[in-house]
Design a protein around this ligand. Sequence first.
Ligand code: SF4
Length: 385
Amino acid sequence: MAAPLNLLDFDRQALSAWCGQLGEKPFRATQLFRWMHQRGAGDFGQMSDLAKPLREKLTGRAQVCALPALGEQASSDGTVKWLFDVGGGNAVESVFIPEDDRGTLCVSSQAGCAVGCRFCATGHQGFARNLTTGEILAQLWFAEHTLRRRFNSQERMISNVVLMGMGEPLHNYGALLPALRVRLDDHGYGRSRRRLTVSTSGVVPMIDRLAADCPVALAVSLHAPGDALRDQLVPLNRKYPLAELLAACARYLDAAPRDFITFEYCLLGGVNDAPEQAQTLVRLMQTYRAEGLRAKFNLIGFNPFPASGLVRAAPERVRAFAAILSDAGIVTTVRKTRGDDIAAACGQLAGDVQDRTRARERMARRRAAAAVAFHRKQPAAAAPA
Ligand code: SF4
C-alpha cells in the first residue's frame, strides 16, 4: 500500500481535487481543511462533523504530518525558537517574535541555502534540500497551535508570517506557493497579504512570478549600494545585478499589497557602513524612484559568528547611516535585535545540516586553491641547518 499522503502539502484547491477522487464533495474538503488549520486537529477521529465513512477513507490513505520538534529555546525577551527535524540528519529553525501589537513567526523554506551570503550562518552551511509545502506549513501549524494551548487562548497567536528563516524561498517556489495560499485562505489562517512577507536575496524572474501568482509583501536583502560589493556579500548578485533587481522591485509594486518594498541592509563594520555608502544608496534609490520604486529600509545589526570574519557596525556608524537615509526622505528603521541570547536573531539561524553539499564543497575548493596559489608565491624555504 502507498505511503499515506501528508494533507499539509495541499492548498484547499488541491485538497478538494484529492477529496473528489475519493468521491467526496468540495465542502467536505473545506471542513477537513478548517479542522487542520483553524483548529489544529491532526487526528481524523477528532473531526467530529466529518462523516464517518470519510474518516474511514482518510485513515491509512492520509495523515497530518507534523514535524518533530527537536528542541525549544526561549529568550529573555519572549522570543521562542524551535528546531525541527526534517530527516536525513537535517534540521530547520523557526522563530516566534512577540510584540505589543503583533506576533510574528519567521519560517524556513529550505534546509541550508545555496546562495551563500557572507554574513549569514545558514549560507555558511551550504544547501541540503528544499522543504516540501507540508514542511513549510508544519512550522506554522505547530507554532500557532502550540502557542494557543500554552496561553490557553482561542485567539490566533501569529498575526504575521515572514519567510525569512533558513533558505531562499524563491528558490523553492513550487512548494512555497501553496503554503502562501493556505496562510491567506479564509478557511485556513485567513490573514491578509500585508501580513505575509516573502524575503528574497533577489531571484529576479521569480519576483515577477510571485507578483502574478500571489502578491504578498516583499522584502529584499540588499546589503550593498553597488554591484562590486554586493557581488561579494550576496553572490546571487552576479547573476541578477542591482539594475535588474531594482527594476523588478519597481514592477512588483504594481501588484503588491503594500506601496513599498522593504530593503534589508545588514550593517557590517568597515564593509558597508560608511557615510559615503549611505549617500550612494540614497542616489540609487532616487534613480529608481523615477521608475516607481518606493523603498523602506530596515537596518539590521550583524550577529557575528566565528566563520564569517565580519564584525558588527559601531552604534555611531549605524546612527549616522540611518540619519543620511532618513534625511533624504527614505523611511528607515534600525531593527531591534531579538532573541540574541538564543541565536535566533537575523542571520543566526543555522539548524543542523548534515548533508553540506555544494556551497560547502565550493568553499573548501576555493580555500584549497587559494592555499596552493599562496604557497607558489612564497620563496623556497631555506634548508634546515
Ligand atoms: S541571507 Fe538568506 S539567501 Fe543569503 S545565505 Fe542566508 S538564507 Fe540564504
